[in-house]
Design a protein around this ligand. Sequence first.
Ligand code: SF4
Length: 333
Amino acid sequence: MTDSKTPFIQCRDISRVFEKKLDFAGKIARRLGSNLREERVQAVDRVNLHVDPGEVVGLVGESGCGKSTLGRIISGILPQSEGSLFYKGQDVAEMTPAQKLDYSINVQMIFQDPFASLNPRKRVRKIIGEAPLYHGLTTARELDDYLDHVMEQCGLDPGYKSRYPHQFSGGQRQRIGIARAMAVKPECLVCDESVAALDVSIQAQVLNLFMDLREEYNLTCLFISHDLGVVEHISDRISVMYLGRIVESAPVDELFEAPFHPYTQALLNEIPRLDKRGVDFAPLLGEIPSPLDPPAGCHFHPRCPHVMDICRQEVPRTREIAPGRWARCHLDG
Ligand code: SF4
């Protein structure tokens, strides 16, 4: 158990670098004068982030900004290159095998593409029931009742247990993915673009399911999305990520009411809203730069309408701009 002051999950200066070495042909080509070089991508750059028990944090940014990589690190699927990850106040790197098992059961990831994440050769019974059976949360005799309960809880007809994933619609497949995660009774869900592949009306249904599950089980959630509009209604706080760095974090109402960072403002400008709050920010210009060769200084400077000389040279440090609000920008605030 965590006390209310200990974050459920905490990332401290977490970085992740991916390196692609030259293969044999590449090495030969380089010897012959080609300018081929090894590629190095800093997908996550000294990220500090915490999620308190029972809290939902939205992690938002464009595709390729490193948010999925961060989600995988937090879920324990991918190791970080540097920095520390804490689970209920304990450094994951220093956990005993029993503690690691507790962490891996308690933090479950739900992926974007439900079809790709479900084994097409397994029936739903096996997909959902395998892990709780393995971890002793149910017995073979009680499995059917256990599955009925989990499936109903996730809006699935338990009569479909013997079906295969391809026999379901996209929305139902995502519910199967959610049921698989919920079947081990986790305390935390890391949802990576979990509604992005669905039609808008189905998105709303699946978001409602997340909100119901959160309410019923007091779940802690990290909700990753490229769309601020999607995380708005489900999150308590939002962190905005750009090219590997968190550029702004704030309680959801404050972020929507008065976004500080020019990138957050631009993202907000892209959401169609009925209640336009009277302020139009500069739209987002151009494409996100290649993470293989990110701009110096503030990564956002080539697209920023407020760019200053200092932005091209100095990486802005993260500052507390108001109680509980953080931003990484050279603008005064
Ligand atoms: Fe724009 Fe400079 Fe702030 Fe970066 S640091 S967001 S370039 S004003």
